[in-house]
Structures are given as structure tokens and as C-alpha cells.
Design a protein around this ligand. Structure first.
Ligand code: ATP
Length: 450
């Protein structure tokens, strides 16, 4: 299968099937027939998602010295969503098929369907109406309107309402950022494309507070930084592009907005948004809570409401992106094709597979011992069943970058075979150097062009 940048729905089917078969992602509540647009992450999927999250978190909070973290509650004071504009305008225009009662997003219909008011099933459509995407629930025992709260539709607002808390407690100075990863909920109509769009998802957001007038320069800085991040993650550059929002597409709060799009097997789609949100958010919260929210520059004694440059990426959508980017079917001989996930070793659910060549003559015990030692620093998997070639292939299919095989020479000479997933090359190395070699290989990993 070619890995040229093309749209390829069959590739998507194969990824979905691999995810189910190998325990990455399952339909939610599957034994009851599943719940539309909700998914569960299995043993390998949760490792991949957590590692991806840590990769992003490390990039933001550890590699930039002026970004701090936050973890705000999912349920917030209901006025937050009035101030943010979500109660009034966080809606999609929807229509209903008058025969089947299925709902469609107006902007997802073709021009012809919109003009003739006909559903994709060929039936008449209802009049378009606005449908708010926030999930409502009730706090406390009474379910009256006074107790209504919302499941947050984005994580960003938790950051804005904590701006003063963070400034007063963390000694941060503008420009600085606050990063947060967490669940968000949107009652969207979701029909296809696996985990791309779900009603419950995770976001990785970083809000960067800057001096007004310096916002354009920081906006450009973060556009460049975010591309560097995807490059570090080993994502193919020709599968990424920027897409600028035109003046009529800009959100009410935004001065400028770019999406980073990825070429998924079903086409180019948004992966992350980078927005210049001006002082809209802090000014609105200041207005609604009745307290000043601003920043005092201690050197110049200037007081101002900072501008915000936001980078907002989907974590669950990024999982689909790394799966799509990593998936390859590679011809490795006559009539022989291997399936391989070329994950960056930092995010691979299993980093090192450890195998004894055979179970007897103490090889299994030696391999177990080596695996136990490696466990301290790497995520490992021990496998002693089947031919060695089959064991390598099983690890290729889940993206394990390195495999170590223990054989008779290990017992005699203290060496092991280190096998590399991408090149399938094998090398003999002293056991004492193994951990260090693995650490270096993970740190210096670059995906080879294919
Ligand atoms: P769309 O226009 O596709 O509905 P959006 O532009 O409203 O998305 P943002 O509000 O900018 O999306 O959200 C930031 C990021 O959060 C998106 O780039 C995407 O990665 C992720 N995201 C948004 N909605 C969903 C969803 N329903 N499921 C999964 N991820 C999502």
C-alpha cells in the first residue's frame, strides 16, 4: 500500500480493525450494542493516549520555561458559559429528515441538498434551526432551572477563570502560558470516521498571555512551534498543512485563526486550532464577575488586560492522527507483507519486546530476568510463544520499536540481539550496554523516509 499523501478509506477500515483486534480502541458499552460516537481505550490504546499526552505536556511545561500547568474542574459556575458566549452562540444549524427523524448538520449537506431541502436519504428536510451543543445536567437534588450546570465544551475557560490565581501564586511574568489537558463534551451529530469526532473527547490546550501589540508576533511564534512539535513526534510533513480562517469563518472572539490540518485517510481535517483571541475572554469574565482581571507589569507599572494566543489540540483526535500516520503495509519479500505501526518510541505503548529464542536450557529464565530489569525504565512485553519471526511481526503490528532476543550466545558470551522495527535490522550487542543503547535510540529516533 502506498504511503503517498492520498485519501484512502480502505486504510481507515484497516486501522479500525487493527485497533479492535489488538486492544487499542473498542466501541463504548459494546456488549449492549455500543453507544454512538463514544469509544473505550483498551490496554494498548490507553498507553498510547497517555504517552501522547505526556509528550505534549513535556513539550509545553518542561521545554518552555514560562508555561505552567492547571487541572480545572469539568463542572463550572454556569455564568462562565454566559460570559464565554457558549450559552448564546455555541450551536450548530441542524435539520431533520421528516421521514426518518435523523438529524444533519446544515453545513455538512451538499449545496444541492440544501437548495432542494432534501436529506441524504432523499426525504424532505425540516426548517433549519439552531441546536446548542452543550450537555446540560443538574447540580444537587433539585432539577430546577436554578441548578443547571453544563459539562464543559472546552477546557480553555478553566484557564481564563484561574488567570489571577496563577499570576498571584506562580510568579509568572508576561509573556507566559497555562497548559491543561482534560475532557470536553459536545452534543454533536457524529456518524463516521471512528474517534475523529466524538461527543466526549480530550483536549490539550495552552493559553499564552501576551502584551497587546505583541500578539501578532507571538501568534507567528506559536504557529512555528506547533509545527516543530509535530516534526519531533515524527509526523510526516507532507501530511500537515495550515489552513487560515477567512474573515467570515472567524469566531466572534478571534482576531486571527489558523488550523493545523492533517491528511487523514478520509481527507484533510482540522487537528489543532491556533487562535489570537485578543482580550475578549478576560474582559468578558471581568465584566460578568464584576472584578478587575488584568495584569500589572512591575517594571513599567503599566496595567492592561493581556491578549491570548491559544493552541488547542484534540488529544483523542491526535491518537487517530498518530495511528493514521504510523500505519504501513510494507512488502518485505515475495508475497510477504508486514503491517507495521511506525510510532515514535516515546509514545509507543510497548517500547521493548523481550524474547527467548527457545524456552529450554535456561533461556526463558534469562529472558525474564532481562525483561524485569528493563521494566524499570521502559515499557516491555515478554513473549516466548511461536516462531521468532512471528513474534517480531506481532510487535511490528502494535508499533514496538525494539525487540531483544536472548539465545545461546547470551548465555556463553553475554550478548543479545537488538532488532529495530523500522529497518528490521538486527545487531549483536553486549547485555551491559543494552539499556543505554535503548535510551539513546529512543532519544535520537528519526523516522526514515519511506
Ligand atoms: P469543528 O469545527 O470541527 O467542530 P472546532 O473548530 O469547533 O471543531 P475547537 O473548538 O477549535 O474545534 O477545538 C479544538 C480542537 O479540539 C480541535 O482542533 C479538535 O482537535 C478537538 N475537537 C473539537 N471537537 C472535537 C470532537 N467533537 N471530537 C474530538 N475532538 C474534537
Amino acid at each position: 500500500m502506498s504511503n503517498e499523501p492520498t485519501v484512502d478509506p480502505k486504510r481507515m477500515e484497516k486501522i479500525v480493525s487493527l485497533c479492535k483486534r489488538r486492544g487499542f480502541i473498542f466501541p463504548s458499552s459494546e456488549i449492549y450494542g455500543g453507544l454512538a460516537s463514544a469509544w473505550d481505550y483498551g490496554p494498548l490504546g490507553v498507553e498510547l493516549k497517555n504517552r501522547l499526552q505526556r509528550f505534549w505536556w513535556r513539550e509545553m511545561t518542561q521545554l518552555h520555561d514560562n508555561i505552567v500547568g492547571l487541572d480545572a474542574a469539568i463542572l463550572m459556575h454556569p455564568t462562565v458559559w454566559k460570559a464565554s458566549g457558549h450559552v448564546d452562540s455555541f450551536s450548530d444549524t441542524m435539520v431533520e429528515d421528516t421521514v426518518t427523524n435523523e438529524r444533519y448538520r446544515w453545513d455538512h449537506l451538499t449545496e444541492e441538498q440544501r437548495e432542494t431541502k432534501t436529506s441524504p436519504k432523499g426525504n424532505p428536510l425540516s426548517e433549519p434551526r439552531e441546536f446548542n451543543l452543550m450537555f446540560k445536567t443538574h447540580l444537587g437534588p433539585a432539577s430546577d432551572s436554578g441548578s443547571t450546570v453544563y459539562l464543559r465544551p472546552e477546557t480553555a475557560q478553566g484557564i481564563y477563570v484561574n488567570f489571577k490565581n496563577v499570576v498571584q501564586t506562580s510568579r509568572v511574568k508576561i509573556p507566559f502560558g497555562i497548559a491543561q489537558v482534560g475532557k470536553a463534551f459536545r452534543n454533536e451529530i457524529v456518524t463516521k470516521n471512528f474517534i475523529f469526532r466524538t461527543v466526549e473527547f480530550e483536549q490539550m490546550e495552552m493559553q499564552y498571555f501576551v502584551k497587546p501589540g505583541e500578539d501578532d508576533q507571538w501568534f507567528e511564534f506559536w504557529k512555528a512551534e506547533r509545527l516543530k512539535y509535530y516534526d519531533k513526534l515524527g509526523i510526516r510533513r507532507d501530511h500537515l498543512r495550515f489552513e487560515e480562517h477567512g474573515p467570515d469563518e472567524l469566531a466572534h472572539y478571534a482576531k486571527a485563526a489558523f488550523d493545523i490540518q492533517y491528511l487523514f485517510p478520509f481527507g484533510w481535517q482540522e487537528l489543532e486550532g491556533i487562535h489570537n483571541r485578543t482580550d475578549f475572554d478576560l474582559a468578558r469574565h471581568s465584566e460578568f464577575c464584576g472584578k478587575e482581571i488584568n495584569y500589572l507589569d512591575e517594571e513599567s507599572r503599566e496595567r492592561y488586560i493581556p491578549y491570548i494566543v491559544e493552541t488547542s489540540a484534540g488529544l483523542t483526535r491526535s491518537v487517530l492522527m498518530v495511528l493514521s500516520d504510523a500505519y504501513e503495509e510494507e512488502e518485505v519479500g515475495e508475497n510477504d507483507v508486514r503491517t507495521v505501526l511506525r510510532f515514535h518510541p516515546m509514545i509507543a505503548p510497548v517500547q521493548v519486546g523481550v524474547f527467548p529464542l527457545v524456552k529450554k536450557d535456561g533461556l526463558a529464565e534469562k529472558a525474564r530476568e532481562i525483561e524485569q530489569t528493563l521494566r524499570e525504565d521502559f515499557s516491555t512485553f515478554y513473549d516466548q510463544s511461536g516462531a521468532i519471526g512471528r513474534r517480531y511481526r506481532r510487535q511490528d503490528e502494535i508499533g514496538t520499536p525494539f525487540c531483544v532476543t536472548i539465545d545461546y550466545e547470551t548465555m556463553d558470551q553475554g550478548t543479545v540481539t537488538l532488532r529495530h522495527r523500522d529497518s528490521m535490522e538486527q545487531e549483536r550487542i553486549p547485555l551491559g550496554e543494552l539499556a543505554q543503547r535503548l535510551r539513546e535510540a529512543i532519544k535520537t529516533y528519526r523516522r526514515a523516509e519511506t
